[in-house]
Ligand binder design. Structure first.
Ligand code: FAD
Length: 406
């Protein structure tokens, strides 16, 4: 029996174990994960790890010695399949059962799969784990043409890396613009133009009919209009499904595809917390709407909140302002706040200079910023979001006025 059992050894799980020790928690900690590796950073998987610029060792969240020194018991290679919240146990596919006093569920999500013909052909890849990317990298030498399905961050980042590696890339997005779920139109159009300028054949507003295969290997993508895009590699980046089935089967309440948690990341099961990509909660940064946020910041800040609560170090609810980043080519995108439910945008700077920001407003209040190669706006804008500032729009639109002065 562990005093704290954490299921999922990714960003949230690792951060929770680290934070528990940081605040002086002396009980036993078990960290169960289904991957074989030590906890590692996921963002480089579609960026510098895929491109070969960052070696595996630099992705580790902490070296092996750290976990031993802190007496955190790593239990890799175990997939948790069920939770018994009365007996306070978690069972793994391996047949092992782990007891807990407090359970922290931090399993993230698994890539959403396509259901069309050919979706499981050899040469069709998702990007979520190291194993996914190692498989993909192993195939790259034989690839001249790739099709990326999905114009979210991961698809766009993968397309950028493949172009750097001199592969021909077609990116297909079913919605009318890329990043439609997470950004406003100005940003989408800018990103689309950048990818086209880098040689990506970008198709928006068009669906995929099937993946064509020969002898079990993908050889192309058939579009809804009948066109065949030939390729040797297909990358699917169409979002994730939170891994919460064991918790829901144990009786936890569900929402937004994930598991419901309160302001302290507590699920509706006694002494069971959930953090990260799979945890849905009302966010004041989204006008109180219940949502899941898929970012490193969200997972690690929720982890710290839960660790402090369990260790008795703080009762403060989770309330951190969301932020996120993405790198594509030489573009550094930084986002703060949530651009949901905005009613106006202000463009700050000229996209043609490749350094500008989009400010999102709701009833005059700054709710979010997307900053492209504009770290000063990101830093200054953060305070505007946190304070719900209502600056004059013409001042906001003037890049000569530093946001931190508003
Ligand atoms: P994860 O970090 O995914 O950890 C969950 C762990 O639990 C995984 O190891 C998983 O294998 C394991 N697991 C799943 N099911 C089970 C089970 N049943 N039993 C045991 N273990 C299980 N965010 C940013 O902020 N910026 C970025 O630039 C960015 N880039 C990204 C690029 C890629 C390619 C990906 C995949 C994600 C990126 N993200 C980025 C998102 C970010 O990585 C996630 O939001 C974050 O990892 C969520 O943390 P988590 O702890 O919820 O899940």
């Amino acid at each position: 029996v562990f005093d704290v059992l954490i299921v999922g050894a990714g960003h949230g799980g690792a951060a929770c174990a680290i934070a528990l020790r940081q605040v002086g928690f002396a009980g036993t900690i078990g960290l169960v994960g289904d991957e074989p590796e030590l906890p590692y950073e996921r963002p480089p998987l579609s960026k510098e790890y895929l491109s070969g610029e960052k070696p595996w060792e630099r992705l580790l969240i902490r070296p092996a010695s750290f976990w031993t020194e802190r007496a955190i018991t790593l239990l890799p290679g175990r997939r948790a399949v069920s939770v018994d919240s009365d007996a306070r146990t978690v069972s793994a596919e391996s047949g092992e059962t782990f007891g807990y006093r407090k359970l922290v569920w931090a399993t993230g999500g698994s890539p959403r799969r396509l259901t069309c013909d050919g979706h499981d052909a050899v040469g069709v890849h998702a990007i979520r784990t190291r194993a996914d990317v190692d498989r993909l990298i192993g195939e790259l030498p034989g690839v001249t043409k790739a099709v990326v399905i999905g114009g979210g961050y991961i698809g766009l980042e993968a397309a950028a890396v493949l172009r750097k590696l001199d592969k021909a890339v077609t990116l297909v997005e079913a919605q009318s613009r890329v990043l439609a779920r997470v950004a406003g139109e100005d940003l989408s159009r800018f990103i689309e133009a950048e990818h086209r300028a880098q040689g990506v054949d970008l198709r928006v507003g068009t669906g995929v009919e099937s993946i064509v295969e020969e002898d079990g290997r993908a050889t192309g993508v058939r579009m809804a209009d009948g066109e065949l895009l030939t390729c040797e590699l297909v990358i699917i980046g169409v979002g994730i499904e939170p891994v919460v089935a064991p918790l829901l089967a144990a009786g936890a309440e569900a929402a937004g595809g994930g598991v419901v948690v309160d302001a302290h990341c507590r699920t509706t099961l006694v002494d069971v917390y959930a953090i990260g990509d799979g945890a849905a909660r009302p966010s004041r940064w989204a006008g109180g709407a219940t949502l899941r946020i898929e970012s490193v910041q969200n997972a690690t800040d929720q982890a710290t909140c839960v660790a402090k609560l369990i260790a008795g170090a703080s009762e403060a609810p989770y309330d951190a302002v969301p932020w996120f980043w993405s790198n594509q080519y030489d573009l550094k995108l930084q986002t703060v706040g949530l651009s949901v439910g905005y009613d106006a945008t202000v463009l700050r700077g000229d996209p043609a200079t490749r350094s500008f920001s989009v400010v999102y407003l709701h009833e005059g209040r700054v709710v979010a910023l997307d900053c492209i190669n504009a770290t000063r706006d990101y830093v200054g804008g953060r305070a505007l979001v946190v304070n719900g500032a209502t600056p004059d729009r013409s001042v906001l639109a003037d890049p000569a006025v530093a946001l931190k002065t508003l």
